[in-house]
Design a protein around this ligand. Sequence first.
Ligand SMILES: [Zn+2]
Length: 353
Amino acid sequence: MMPRLLVARSAADGGLQLGDNAAMPSTDTAQAPAPLPPFKSVRYAGRAPGPRLIVTGAVHGNETCGTRGIERVMADLDSGRLVLQAGSVTFVPITNAKAYVLGRRAGDRNLNRALQPTAEPREFEDHVANWLCPLLAEHEVLLDLHSFQSPGRAFVMVGPRDNTGPLEPFAHAADEEALARRLGVGRAVDGWLDTYATGVARRRAAAEAEGRSGTLDLHPRYGVGTTEYMRSQGGWALTLECGQNDDPQSPEVAYAAIRQTLAHLGLTAEAPPPVVSPMEALSLVDVIDKVHNDDAFARPWQSFDALRAGDLIGTRANGEAVHAPHDGWIVFPNPRSEARQEWFYLARASGRF
Ligand SMILES: [Zn+2]
């Protein structure tokens, strides 16, 4: 009921167009904004009962491997080359249409932060959230397909271990682990929301000490994206980072992962996918912010570069050296981040897989 109402409204108001938001860069040359495509999902259902899966692509608009992989699997289903025998699968080929049309990560803001429905949508991503969140909640399992900027191997991000804590209580860790082992990638990462919340708490304490008022990005749940929202609704979810944004192999990784997910969940009658072994398992354990814009890395780090305790990671603008506190890996290093924003994450071996 809810999603149909929202779809009807978004199609009817016609107001969601490029350039319709004050946050968009404007130019003086009068040019009619290109209309954005409507929100679109396509659902296939088998005759037998089974899990309800949803697969999303282009949550970040310049990460198109998922869109390509989804299009291929839909063509397989439409042609009868692949038969859906049980359950259902919903495909969202382009989750963030504005970012996708612009060919960049975000439209007005990162859709994968503070994701929740809102009564007062302002930015484009608020409208996406009002459509996407109820849609996610209709499903049990989410496979969210992404890619990344710098070179590197594909990896899967899993949720927390089962827990009853306040931040992200969860009871489907075994389901996520079983699927994560069968996506054809050899590296799994957990600890996202915990570590993100730790960083937020630290940033917030610093802001309060300096008398700055709280903003949205100082909220503990700011780290909630598609998978965290799915878990908050009783489902389970994986983010698959399929490879580098423009690597022709990334759409292949996405396509294979969707096919393997369908087989693993019994939605198709194909042979169950093989378990990847060994699987490298990492936990994000800390996030280090820049203190000053000119804090600089000691070398051009890439995600998952190995660290030994004591390695020089970078130097603060005041000359203070930043060393690795333990063996592990550097993850999501961002040399261009600004003061009080995430500079890099630290990960340790987790032994979870
Ligand atoms: Zn992404």
